[in-house]
Design a protein around this ligand. Sequence first.
Ligand code: NAD
Length: 476
Amino acid sequence: ATERFNLEKQELAFTPVAKISTIVNGLRSAFADDVMRDIGFRKQQLQALLQGVRENSDMLAQALKLDLNRSKQEAMFYEIEPVEFEIGQFLQNLDTWTKPDTNRLASDQIGFLASSMEVRKEPLGTVVIISPWNYPLRLTLLPLIGALAAGNTVVIKPSEVAPYSAMAMQHVLTTCLDTRVVQLVQGGVDETTELLKQKLDHFFYTGNGTVGKIVAKAAAEQLVGVTLELGGKSPAIVHNDVADLGPTAMRLVWAKLTNAGQSCTAVDYVLVHRSIKDKLIKLLVEVIHEAYSRTPQKSADYGRIINQRHWQRLMDALAATGGSVVPVADDEADKNDRYIPPTVVDDVTPTDSLMRDELFGPILPIIAYDTLDEALATINGRDQPLALYVFGSNKTIEYVMGHTRSGAAVANDTMFHMGAHNFPFGGVGASGVGNYMGRYSFETFSHSRSVMQRPLWFPPPGVDTLRLAPFDGPQN
Ligand code: NAD
């Protein structure tokens, strides 16, 4: 069947709005039927997903090429292999993670003698995963792994903005998984709005904060949990005591230009000590030339902006900047090709047009500072970012970490934290609520149920009845 599925010839069909409640009800019935209680069944689903992703990796990579001009290597490295790896980790650890935590016998509390207490990890029920377009496979399938492993039935709403990825996932998931426990709803605002009205037990959303609030409100209506994986302007600080500017520049370029800057953990802007600014910019330009040449539009490895609307948004922000654009590429932005060359902007101020919203594109504003506290004031004057990067001595690193808040913080590198297993990934404040990856995913999609069993014979009647009024002897 896989060979006959020609992705390029497909068109994304939206799910009829009237069908959405039937889909969710089906998943709720499967959950109620205890289909997911059996750990063996969950593992079998994870195995099937692993096999489905492996067998279809070419088609999944092709979808990313069509949606984002993603190179095969980046598709494998950032989206397909991490999913395979995560499934492997879950298969290895699920027996341990699903075991009740019994290490809670309150032996030091006399009233609990002869009681057994355990914390059981129970599924939440039927959960929804709503994902964005920028890493469409990874950001759908990684949470899906956690949700299934924890025993939930799952409805997935891929981003309609990356239609080939949405169709590729639909093909893989519906052919390899049990459709009683996983279903997709395809569509945009209307379909998602309808989905959010359904009775669900947890909402897991990755995307922008504006929609994040809509999802949080929907969860509030039902009083159920919500995980929000949002974005923000993630800064990088480069201080004058950094050991080596060479690798620093390379790692900054990597985080800015992978996926043409459309990564939630991309370096949004650089704060650099004034004394090393010019040297850093020179190195950034050299690295960009080495990676993508002077005509990146021709490079097989340089991505495209997801659509013309986002292309225009970025070009408008660039047109309004008060900074000075550093000459980097010899070619020019091209709307039809959704191409924006790597763009470094010097002399940017914290109030510049490029500093208003998350850029989410290959534009790198450079802000010079004279003191570290001045740089920290720029960061702390804004919403808490999803990631914070700092390049400098150990003393600088500790100072920066001790005086800022962010979803994650990485010293002397960028974005690398995303690949580490069992390392919670998530934001704080405006960059998100909750986290996932490995055991953290399992916890996010589980309820820790306190289960206590008491004997009727203890405490003995004379003592046991002391809990009940009257407390001051018989009343009349
Ligand atoms: P998007 O436009 O694809 O939207 C995400 C999802 O929300 C889609 O499934 C979409 O259909 C749905 N949606 C859109 N409008 C809606 C509405 N009015 N009501 C209900 N649902 C709606 O993606 P995006 O938001 O442009 O994604 C980019 C943002 O996501 C950036 O801010 C980025 O930083 C953030 N992001 C965060 C992470 C993370 O893990 N924290 C990862 C990737 C992206």
